[in-house]
Design a protein around this ligand. Structure first.
Ligand code: HEM
Length: 323
């Protein structure tokens, strides 16, 4: 089974309109990592980001090496078991069939040179960004990350920082969430991985949203819906926590096809406190959002359907899966 990434598969603002939410659910039988038709594009994006931005997209402290190796081994096993139709072992790494790429791996079952690049190589197998958090002096600290699809943050600012400092720029975050996140981290069990989602809007379709590259926005600017599927998994041997972030971006127009998606989005934005609206850039995007509000009427929806050749956008996982 593989998802069609041309259609939105998660619209987290519909179930979770609030921004400051724990929003954790058990992964249960859903796979840790998801594959889709676009995985080759994410792989190429990562290679290009590393070429252009060097250690702005990959940092790893030497003390994170055992956790990197453990994550690499677990992910390799997961991809070969949960996605056996899409990954196969080749040489010292994995071949991804839908993406038609090869990524060398390191780890217990596939040792290659220990050059501090274990987490980077592992991240090249999947579309997700990968982060390792380790407990140090009672706090979880970011000790390694492969980060090619950031949502307006720089890895250099967060590397070797604890959870509280990482979330410092978000208005109201500490009062609402920091203590709860710390409690959750100390209780997370290897057998009970969890998943959560963030949602956002942006003014272009770039996977990497960087604070210094904000596009100019006017009334005609097309907007895009960004979802982040995040998982948190305890690595049983090292005790570290693996944090995965999968970004999906779709033209906002596509939400016309999902009953209630646009009105829910407008309401979610309106109900976001002003300081958080500013943090998430909703104030900057307001002129560009206006046309979607005006366009939300039956005629527009019919017109949109015609444009799409009557092909409905997918509303949930089942519809979005390809054999
Ligand atoms: C239970 C775990 C976590 C929860 C509930 C949580 C929650 C959140 C929320 C609500 C936001 C605001 C997102 C938005 O724009 O809508 C956020 C942002 C962010 N989170 Fe987390 N998060 C968690 C774990 C982590 C971890 C493990 C990292 C490690 C890298 C992390 C890094 C960030 C960063 C870098 C931002 C953006 C901060 C900035 O703007 O500078 N989060 N998080």
């Amino acid at each position: 089974m593989i998802y069609d990434n041309a259609r939105p598969r998660y619209l987290p603002h519909m179930a979770n309109p609030e921004v400051l939410l724990m929003g954790l659910s058990p992964l249960r039988e859903t796979p840790w990592i998801e594959t889709d038709t676009d995985i080759g594009r994410y792989h190429r994006h990562k290679l290009a980001q590393r070429r252009e931005r060097g250690d702005a997209v990959y940092r790893a402290a030497a003390r994170s090496l055992p956790a990197q190796r453990e994550l690499s081994t677990l992910l390799r096993q997961h991809l070969l078991e949960a996605h056996s139709a899409h990954y196969e072992t080749r040489d010292r790494g994995l071949h991804c069939l839908p993406g038609d790429f090869y990524a060398e791996l390191s780890g217990a079952e596939s040792p290659c040179a220990e050059d501090g690049e274990t987490l980077w190589r592992t991240s090249l197998c999947v579309a997700d960004d990968l982060v390792i958090m380790q407990e140090e002096a009672g706090q979880y600290v970011l000790t390694a990350a492969s980060l090619c699809c950031p949502s307006h943050w720089y890895l250099a600012d967060k590397f070797e920082q604890p959870m509280r400092a990482i979330h410092d720029p978000i208005p109201g975050f500490h009062d609402a969430l920091s203590d709860r996140i710390e409690r959750f981290f100390s209780h997370l069990r290897a057998q009970h991985p969890v998943v959560r989602f963030n949602w956002s809007l942006q003014a272009d379709d770039a996977l990497a949203q960087l604070p210094h590259l904000e596009p100019e926005v006017d009334a005609d600017t097309p907007l895009f819906y960004r979802s982040e599927r995040q998982t948190l998994v305890r690595l049983p041997e090292s005790g570290a926590i693996a944090f995965t972030i999968r970004v999906c971006i779709h033209p906002l127009d596509m939400l016309h096809e999902v009953e209630g998606a646009l009105p829910a989005l407008f309401a979610a934005i309106e109900n976001t406190p002003p300081a958080l609206q500013h943090y998430k850039g909703f104030d900057e995007l307001a002129p560009a959002l206006q046309k979607y509000k005006e366009g939300y009427r039956e005629g527009y929806r019919e017109g949109y359907r015609e444009k799409q050749g009557e092909k409905p956008a997918c509303r949930d996982h089942q519809e979005n899966q390809q054999a």
